[in-house]
Design a protein. Structure first.
Length: 283
């Protein structure tokens, strides 16, 4: 509506990017720890960050640069480099999901929109290199089916153990799955994540930035009313792994679908490379 230049959100699994894509605005997910989370209501403290919604990349980047900085009062804050804004560097190596990594849930309109957006991007930086997304998707599955759900339980423990009835039934059911995991399971999850992170980080030897769909396809309120979990899980296909892997991300508007719904593209980079995403996203 043009009422404000930017808004703040939170991000654990995709909350700072999926809504941005669905509303055709910019969603900036900073490197973990680069922005203080002190005072933010947590979901998973080890994965949470504030995020920025804005109408343009320039506004989102300006807000991020104003917020970024080490906070000694936040135990999860980290001192990370904040490069000066610059142009897209020459020779930037672009990566894209290989054929097995592109999943539009059978939606031809979303597939065509992403292909058109990718063509625009490749016209700027050159052809993208296909990347195996198996480690990323395996990482994403840990977030809700692995012991990280116990971190969500801990975040609202005082509520869920005293007044569980005030929680949305679906939220309560998901978080109460934490009771099925032991402390040993938590360590097993950490070991598995370390293996997957090592495999996923190998991609940065070959590329500098990854371009992915922001989500496979838009879903309706009716879809969510019929199945609150399935469509939400689908929407997180390209977001759920990013915080677990400690990467940064920028969701930008892309080519519209033929039915005029927005599609959206997300750019991904390693921790601390936020400054690389902004100039490319702006272009």
């Amino acid at each position: 509506r043009g009422l404000v230049a930017f808004a703040l959100g939170t991000h654990t699994a995709g909350s700072g990017r999926v809504p941005a894509g669905l509303n055709n605005v910019v969603g900036l997910k900073p490197s973990l720890g680069s922005v203080s989370a002190r005072g933010m209501v947590p979901a998973c403290r080890t994965l949470d960050t504030l995020s920025v919604f804005a109408g343009t990349v320039a506004d989102a980047d300006a807000a991020f640069r104003a917020m970024a900085g080490y906070d000694p009062a936040d135990a999860f804050s980290r001192s990370l480099p904040l490069p000066a804004a610059s142009a897209v560097p020459p020779g930037l190596r672009l990566g894209v999901p290989d054929a097995q990594g592109l999943d539009f849930a059978g939606d031809a309109l979303s597939e065509a929109a992403f292909a058109a957006s990718l063509a625009d991007l490749e016209a700027l930086v050159g052809a993208g290199r296909p990347v195996d997304f198996a480690p990323m998707f395996a990482t994403a599955r840990l977030l809700y089916t692995g012991p990280w759900v116990a971190e969500r339980y801990q975040a609202i423990r005082a509520v869920i153990e005293t007044r569980p009835e005030i929680l949305h039934p679906t939220t309560r059911a998901v978080i109460e799955n934490a009771k099925h995991f032991s402390a040993a399971d938590a360590f097993g999850g950490l070991y598995r994540l370390a293996e997957l992170r090592r495999a996923a980080d190998a991609v940065w030897d070959a590329v500098d930035v990854l371009a992915v769909p922001t989500y496979p396809r838009p879903r309706t309120v009716a879809d969510l009313a019929a199945d609150p979990i399935g469509p939400n899980s689908e929407l997180g296909t390209y977001t759920n792994f990013v915080n677990l892997l400690d990467w940064c991300a920028l969701a930008v508007p892309g080519r519209f679908r033929a039915d005029t719904f927005p599609a959206g593209v997300t750019l991904l980079a390693p921790r601390g490379r936020d400054g690389l995403l902004a100039p490319l996203g702006a272009r």
